[in-house]
Design a protein around this ligand. Structure first.
Ligand code: UDP
Ligand code: MN
Length: 298
């Protein structure tokens, strides 16, 4: 089945895409109503994507924050597993934002891949650490990323790669279906419901519930995403409100107003505590266990 185009002028990632076969999976939705592919295992040919991106000399920035104890607990496993599974064979720069640069683990990276340290100050509330990522990423795109990479992925550090997370995931603007909500009714989705917040969504609004642990796109799109979310977060601060799920609520509002050109299935950020699901053929990235006492305690 071919995907209908909703906006003729939208840069979608399926147009004539030889690497995609929308009909090869019939048990799940493989295309949004606005024409963006939803990437599931079995519907793409990884070699076609890799060939195209090799030809285009694609280079990817992966931003990750390891502030405070998150560095000790998660960063090493995240990076080691990324070397095995994330954009293998392509130039990748890890932009590691941290307040404890002296603790960065020494790792030997594959050729063409490097790690850039990005010092940040530590906000005392974890909610602020999470939300202020939007500003840091925007600034890094301005100062550095835009000159060196076509694409940017932004990820939480509390996860590990377990399968290919490759060039099929690249697109103009990329959002991820939240593992806990993709099969649930929209009334279960945890959008912000406070009309005073910039992240407010009415009951009738929203396409999917997206997970803020993974998003990405061209540097131009990620700059738009992070700049807008940072501005809406600051507007909320001025009005003394905070969205229910912080940056994730603002990101969901953004992707409601500006549809992503590609959507990743929950294979790309799976939580094994959900248990068996017949539609999940491979878990490419896994949530790590949350050790809140080690992370958020004093
Ligand atoms: N983070 C961090 N230090 C903190 C709080 C958050 O480095 O003290 C970063 C880290 O990359 C983390 C992300 O912000 O993965 C989002 O926070 P968290 O994973 O705790 O949010 P959750 O997944 O529980 O929504
Ligand atoms: Mn997380």
């Amino acid at each position: 089945g071919k995907c209908e185009l909703y906006h003729a002028d939208m840069k979608l990632d399926n147009a004539g895409d030889k690497g995609l076969n929308f009909g090869s999976r019939t048990d799940i939705q493989t295309c949004t109503y606005w024409g963006a592919p939803i990437i599931w295992d079995g519907m793409f040919n990884p070699e076609v994507y890799d060939r195209t991106h090799t030809k285009d000399h694609t280079s990817v920035a992966l931003t990750v924050f390891a502030v405070g104890r998150y560095l000790d607990v998660y960063l090493k496993d995240f990076l080691i597993s990324a070397e095995l599974h994330f954009m293998v064979g392509f130039p990748v720069t890890y932009y590691v934002f941290t307040d404890v640069p002296e603790k960065i683990p020494a790792l030997k990276l594959a050729s063409g891949r490097e790690l850039k340290l990005m010092p940040v100050k530590r906000h005392s509330r974890w909610q602020d650490v999470s939300m202020m990522r939007m500003k840091s990423i925007r600034d890094a795109i301005d100062s550095c990323i835009q000159h060196n990479h076509q694409y940017v992925f932004c990820m939480d550090v509390d996860q590990v790669f377990r399968g290919r997370f490759g060039t099929e995931a690249l697109g103009d603007s990329v959002a991820l279906l939240h593992a806990h909500y993709y099969h649930r009714f929209r009334r279960m989705w945890t959008y912000d419901r406070n009309p005073k917040s910039q992240a407010y969504m009415a009951d009738s609004q929203g396409d999917f519930y997206y997970h803020a642990a993974v998003f990405g796109g061209s540097w131009q799109s990620v700059k738009q995403i992070t700049d807008t979310c940072y501005r809406t977060i600051m507007e909320d601060k001025k009005n003394r409100v905070e969205a229910l799920w912080h940056d994730e609520s603002h990101l969901n509002k953004y992707f409601w107003k500006h549809k992503p050109s590609k959507v990743l299935s929950p294979e790309y950020c799976w939580d094994t505590s959900i248990g068996y699901r017949s539609d999940i053929h491979i878990a490419r990235l896994l949530w790590q266990e949350k050790q809140y006492d080690r992370l958020r305690g004093t």
